[in-house]
Design a protein around this ligand. Structure first.
Ligand code: BMA
Length: 317
């Protein structure tokens, strides 16, 4: 399945409610998986960190679900200790500070209450909860988020993850989440990949985020992605959890045949449930990962779309 972040909220040259979806504008179909981010929900803000209104996001989730699509949520939450952004790594005591007994534990609980409220709001027309994918603390082995590897011990990380899931499910009775342990792209072995894995009872799916850049040749990227996918597959067999590429992309897609010459031949033989491409920012020129009408890779993307093995939303109905 192919996915896209913020697909219905904005794209190149448009913003909801004026417009629809860059994937639709190119293919006449929508992605199968729709990524959204909960960052700034914890601040009780009406808009997320990328200016998507949470009220709209709830509406998008309903329409995605009613049309057979899948919703995925990441959470670029602010730093609860410093008050800085999700990328504020200035205080290595942040994770510790929000664990039970920590000075910011109650702040973190109030943040989780917001997340629980949001997840409870995702209901279909009959009032049934909509099942969604939830991937907290993503790219956990990286050094760019406050929960990253250099800023907490493995035990602290696992405790935070377990506490978060236990609180949402047991205390707040959130039962519509499929939980994804979502790593960065810097692991080399299965052991490495599962280094901070919180345990089979806390996770339903596993995945990683990976990006190409012009500094990485196509050949090097193919090798690297294959290696990651090999490890993911091994970890999937070991844990019994469904694998996915939870984020990926090549900013601006500077290679017009990237979709069928680089991406497809590399991923096609691996058992991954979906791959989600990052957002087409409306207000940050050149920060986009899916083609739009007139983009040089548009034709190639249509070719990928036509392959019977690639699933978009129509294929799910
Ligand atoms: C990053 C960039 C940022 C954005 C963040 C959270 O990769 O796209 O502009 O704020 O993701 O969506």
């Amino acid at each position: 399945m192919f996915g896209h972040q913020d697909d219905l909220a904005y794209g190149i040259g448009w913003k909801y409610p004026n417009g629809q979806s860059d994937v639709y504008r190119v293919t006449g179909d929508y992605p199968a998986v729709f990524g959204w981010d909960l960052g700034h929900l914890e601040l009780e803000s009406a808009y997320n960190l990328d200016s998507v209104s949470f009220r709209d996001m709830i509406g998008f989730a309903k329409s995605v679900h009613e049309n057979g699509g899948i919703n995925q949520y990441s959470w670029h939450c602010n730093n609860p200790l410093t008050g800085g952004s999700t990328w504020d790594v200035s205080n290595a005591g942040t994770v510790k500070s929000i664990l039970p007994g920590g000075e910011k534990h109650m702040v973190y609980i109030s943040w989780l209450d917001q997340v629980a409220w949001f997840l409870h709001s995702l209901r279909d027309a009959e009032g049934n909860a909509i099942p969604v994918l939830f991937r907290p603390f993503h790219e956990l082995e990286g050094n760019w988020f406050w929960w990253g590897k250099p800023y907490c011990t493995s035990e602290e990380f696992k405790t935070l993850y377990q506490f978060t899931i236990d609180y949402l499910i047991n205390t707040k009775q959130v039962h519509n989440i499929i939980i994804i342990y979502s790593n960065a792209d810097n692991f080399t072995t299965c052991e490495n990949f599962l280094d901070r894995y919180p345990g089979d009872n806390y996770v339903d799916m596993i995945g990683f985020d990976i990006y190409q850049s012009p500094k990485i040749s196509n050949a090097a990227f193919v090798d690297w992605l294959k290696q990651m996918l090999g490890v993911l597959q091994e970890a999937s067999v070991k844990t019994g959890k469904i694998p996915a590429i939870t984020e990926m992309g090549y900013e601006q897609i500077p290679d017009p045949t990237w979709w069928t010459n680089v991406l497809w031949p590399t991923i096609k033989d691996f058992k991954i449930s979906y791959v989600l491409f990052w957002r087409n920012a409306a207000n940050r020129p050149n920060h986009y990962y899916m083609p739009y009408p007139g983009h040089p890779s548009e034709k190639d993307f249509l070719k990928l779309y036509s392959f019977p093995e690639t699933l978009f939303r129509k294929d799910l109905n």
